[in-house]
Design a protein around this ligand. Sequence first.
Ligand code: NAP
Length: 244
Amino acid sequence: MNCVKHALIFGGSRGIGLSVAQKFLNESFNVSIVSRSQNNVELALKKLRENKTNNGLISGYKCNVVNELEVAKLFKQIHECNQSVDVLVNAAGINKDSLLINCSQEVLRNITDTNLLGSMITCKHCLKTMIRQRKGTIVNIGSIIGLKGNIGQSAYAASKAGLIGFVKSLAKEVAPKGITVNIVCPGFIETDLTANVPLSNISRIPLKRLGTAEEVAECVFFLANSSFITGDVLVVDGGLSLQM
Ligand code: NAP
């Protein structure tokens, strides 16, 4: 087995997940990124290879977190390549702002399935590997909306609040196996997901700017390397939740 540590990042093709992949790569991890689109995976791999400054290995996989068969197949592939999974990051997520009365069941299901069920499925399959290793760390990406709520984001808030409960329970479940589970809750971060954030929202942020994906990646890396922190919620929002 390769002794260089391996970080597996769902939602690593763009935004926060891609910055997390870059951070782990810079820190000499082997990195695997996962997204639904082969094309996006290829584009991300190209960017990571261009910025690579060490011998870290980079792999990419197409897999939809909502499809348990695909997720199981991905972990089987990783196992067959004799790779460990030392760090799992769940950054795959979607949102669609709309008042609840205008949300179809399909929209509600897509949001909760991707953001909550998807992370449960990836954790479930990754834990089989981590329990065998008797070590590992999982960092999920939540949101301050899951802590504070927001108009037009009830399904998104529910999925992210659910993720916090999931993280706290799972942390208790797997601590005896030497595995930690934490969650980073960003505020407004500059990515495709926030391309249409109104300027009025930025003025509400005490630090008066959007966060960067790199700033979130630093916090994910910190938690992934903090051996005595588990079940924790780390808010990364420029102070926004103080105002909510
Ligand atoms: P983004 O730029 O839209 O990236 C989302 C990532 O998730 C992409 O890599 C996308 O890949 C992947 N993805 C979406 N659905 C997937 C699925 N079913 N299976 C596999 N991969 C899937 O969004 P982001 O801003 O980086 O958000 C990342 C995470 O941070 C999300 O959980 C989001 O809720 C959370 N967050 C973001 C902000 C913010 O302000 N940006 C704030 C708080 C929390 P493909 O499209 O290639 O499949």
